[in-house]
Design a protein around this ligand. Structure first.
Ligand SMILES: C[S@@+](CC[C@H](N)C(=O)[O-])C[C@H]1O[C@@H](n2cnc3c(N)ncnc32)[C@H](O)[C@@H]1O
Length: 261
């Protein structure tokens, strides 16, 4: 029996965002999809299964390791799904046009000029095509940022506090996403947000939480020039997680259609 490719139930981060993405994406068998920031293949495998043999999915990620990992999972299955190394910010003009562009947990990486990257990406849509991107929007883990800021203030860490404020300010918001999609002339623009709680214990469990550490806590460490001070600060903070739990992420999906011909 051919394997099926549902979104993995055990994934506590990519899958909840990908579910929101799939909810917004109007996908039909035969669709030609560009999936950006494809990582290990969430939701590229699922998309490929949905579009079927008549469709295609080009899944692009900047890291070769991710692409190789996804290819090894794929093996000989679904040859209409292709994983390639590429930078979603600078896609080659020679790329074909797609009727769907998806990007799960992607929009936050549209640096340094998110609007320009979005504008470039929309050029790869066919008339009538849809783009859907998900990302953790402004408000994500605010309870933690408030607590970090209070602690920095209490300890007179002024430089670090300023760096934190700049980091918080730089995060993409749902309102901004909506405004930009409209500015680009997209139709049926829809931006939705759903909260998602992330569970953790104190101490190392918090500091080494695979999701928090990679995507978020590293950004706090980066606010410090003195990394031993950063570790001391974060170790102390991690002892009393009641100060900033529940930890809520804002799951955001932004969607719009290029006007048809
Ligand atoms: C949070 S992961 C999401 C992966 C996958 N879509 C998922 O939901 O599990 C973000 C991915 O974006 C990729 N990425 C970051 N910047 C990129 C860029 N400029 N172009 C393409 N991929 C990028 C990273 O390598 C990483 O695999």
């Amino acid at each position: 029996m051919a394997p099926s490719w549902p979104l993995p139930e055990s994934d506590p981060w990519s899958t909840p965002f990908a579910q929101l993405l799939m909810d917004q994406l109007e996908l039909c068998p035969g669709d030609e999809v560009l999936d950006i920031a494809a990582g290990g293949g969430i939701p590229a495998f699922h998309l490929a299964e949905q579009v079927g043999t008549e469709g295609s999915v080009l899944a692009v990620d900047i890291h070769q390791g991710q692409v190789l990992r996804a290819r090894s999972i794929q093996g000989r299955h679904m040859p209409w799904l292709q994983f390639e190394v590429g930078d979603m910010r600078f896609l080659p003009e020679t790329l074909p046009r797609f009727n769907r562009i998806s990007g799960n947990l992607s929009f936050m990486f549209f640096r340094p000029n998110r609007f320009e990257v979005l504008k470039n990406l929309v050029r790869f849509l066919k008339p009538g095509g849809q783009i859907v991107l998900t990302f953790p929007s402004m408000g994500t883990f605010d309870s933690l940022w408030v607590c970090v800021d209070e602690e920095m203030k209490r300890l007179n860490l002024d430089k670090e506090r300023k760096a934190l404020a700049e980091y918080i300010e730089e995060r993409p918001s749902a309102n901004q996403a909506k405004q930009w999609l409209e500015e680009l002339g997209l139709e049926r623009v829809k931006v939705t947000e759903w909260p998602l709680e992330i569970f953790t214990g104190p101490g190392r469990e918090f500091l080494e939480h695979p999701l928090l550490r990679g995507g978020f806590l590293d950004d706090v460490y980066e606010c410090f020039e003195d990394q031993s001070l950063a570790h001391e600060f974060m170790d102390a903070l991690s002892q009393d997680i009641n100060r900033f739990t529940p930890l809520l992420a804002q799951r955001c999906a932004m969607s719009g259609f290029l006007p048809g011909q």
